[in-house]
Write a protein that binds this ligand. Structure first.
Ligand SMILES: NC(=O)c1ccc[n+]([C@@H]2O[C@H](COP(=O)([O-])OP(=O)(O)OC[C@H]3O[C@@H](n4cnc5c(N)ncnc54)[C@H](OP(=O)(O)O)[C@@H]3O)[C@@H](O)[C@H]2O)c1
Length: 377
């Protein structure tokens, strides 16, 4: 028999009964909720996604948690996901959003061995653009409080940590170039490379972002709207850069390849400049790439977090410790400087994605979902 524990009552009830009759009464959990669903494949999130306002709150299975989301993360790839690029065979409708921080409000009996109602958790799982998400207990990470800073570590922090650890070969004195350095994941690449005693160069689009980069230890921020990145690199780093953490693609990728030192490595983290196009790609000078790499014994390697899931938990633990010890800044962009103000509620996901693609964000864009009146956290 499957059983379920609920917020408010804290009782464990028969799941089959709950599924058909319970309606979560007395638990503070409503029977209906809002969520964002991809109803049409498109990289234009406004065309792709619909906010459904009367969906049933899902029931957790035996090994699952029902999480009331308090914060959800916006990622550049939300529009790749809504375009069906993660799984070309995907059929609409499907739930959107990759990551959340929230409170456990109900859970299956097996899940109750490790979690309790009222606990704060962070998770990477599909469907976080919703008021409630069912999260397998095995992927949920206990966090000390419901804070948006923990959300920044999930997809963004671990991407920077694992990619640089596994592929970066960082050591003291190496020159590291980070593109989109002031963004959600770039901010961590900068700080982790600094921690490894590297010299860090970071590209960004404004004086404000440059100032932020300086504040987190970046040695040489380059505002590409004020300086030519290629010229700065040629002039100030004539021997080239040893490692590139590259997220932008297109002309930025080409510049970064040209800036590689002998035996330099370029890690392809993404190519955000292409995501809004129909192909999702940004053209690069591919024909000359083999010759350029050979001449410098340089390398280009891709990194995709989904292929490093065994390393994920260790990375999170490490980053959580760094944050707790005051060794890491987790910059959150709540949208306070955006035209319509803070990103609050699921309807604000649309404008938060626009804001990212207008290149306005500093740090990780986080959507806040209003707290429950019944929250114990
Ligand atoms: N491989 C993985 O597993 C993995 C995981 C997470 C993220 N990523 C990648 O990491 C990159 C950053 O993602 P994120 O979610 O953290 O976003 P983000 O960095 O918070 O925001 C994107 C930033 O990219 C810069 N940018 C440059 N050209 C752009 C363009 N044409 N359109 C939009 N933005 C542009 C902007 O910063 P400036 O204004 O300063 O240029 C913008 O703020 C993306 O390429 C993403 O796909 C990869």
């Amino acid at each position: 028999m499957q059983r379920l524990a609920l917020a408010g009552t804290r009782a464990i009830v028969d799941m089959s009964y709950a599924r058909h009759f319970l309606d979560f009464q007395g638990s503070g959990i409503p029977s209906a909720m809002q969520k964002l669903v991809v109803t049409r494949l498109s990289p234009n999130f406004r065309e792709a996604a619909t906010l459904l306002r009367d969906c049933p709150v899902p029931l957790p299975g035996d090994g699952d948690l029902l999480v009331r989301n308090r914060f959800a993360g916006v990622n550049a790839s939300d529009i790749n996901y809504s375009a069906g690029r993660y799984d070309p065979s995907v059929k609409t409708p499907f739930d959107a959003g990759f990551e959340g921080v929230g409170e456990v409000v109900a859970l299956g009996l097996s899940a109750s061995a490790a979690f309790t109602v009222g606990q704060a958790v962070a998770y990477v799982a599909p469907g976080s653009f919703a008021e409630y998400t069912v999260v397998p207990a095995r992927v949920a990470i206990p966090v000390p409080a419901l804070k948006p800073e923990y959300l920044t570590l999930l997809v963004s922090g671990t991407t920077a940590y694992i990619s640089l650890k596994e592929l970066g070969g960082l050591s003291e004195g190496k020159k590291v170039l980070v593109t989109a350095a002031a963004g959600g994941t770039g901010q961590f690449a900068v700080q982790l490379a600094k921690k490894a005693k590297c010299h860090v160069i970071g590209t960004c689009s404004s004086a404000e972002k440059s100032a932020f980069l300086k504040s987190v230890g970046c040695d040489r921020p380059i505002n590409y709207n004020a300086e030519h990145v290629g010229a700065v690199l040629r002039q100030e780093y004539p021997q080239g850069v040893d490692v590139v953490y590259e997220s932008v693609g297109g002309a930025t990728f080409d510049l970064a390849v040209d800036a590689l030192a002998t035996r330099g490595r370029l890690i392809v983290i993404g190519f955000v400049s292409g995501y809004q196009t129909p192909t999702g790609l940004s053209p690069v000078k591919a024909a000359t790439l083999p010759a350029k790499l050979l001449k410098k014994s340089a390398s280009v390697q891709g990194f995709f977090l989904n292929h490093y899931l065994p390393e994920f938990r260790g990375a999170m633990d490490h980053l959580l410790k760094m944050y707790a010890g005051g060794e890491l800044v987790c910059e959150v962009d709540t949208g306070i400087l955006s035209a319509e103000g803070r990103f609050i509620g699921l309807e604000s996901v649309f404008r938060a994605i626009d804001y990212m693609y207008m290149r306005k964000n500093t740090g990780k864009i986080v959507i806040e979902l209003p707290p429950s009146v019944n929250s114990k956290l």
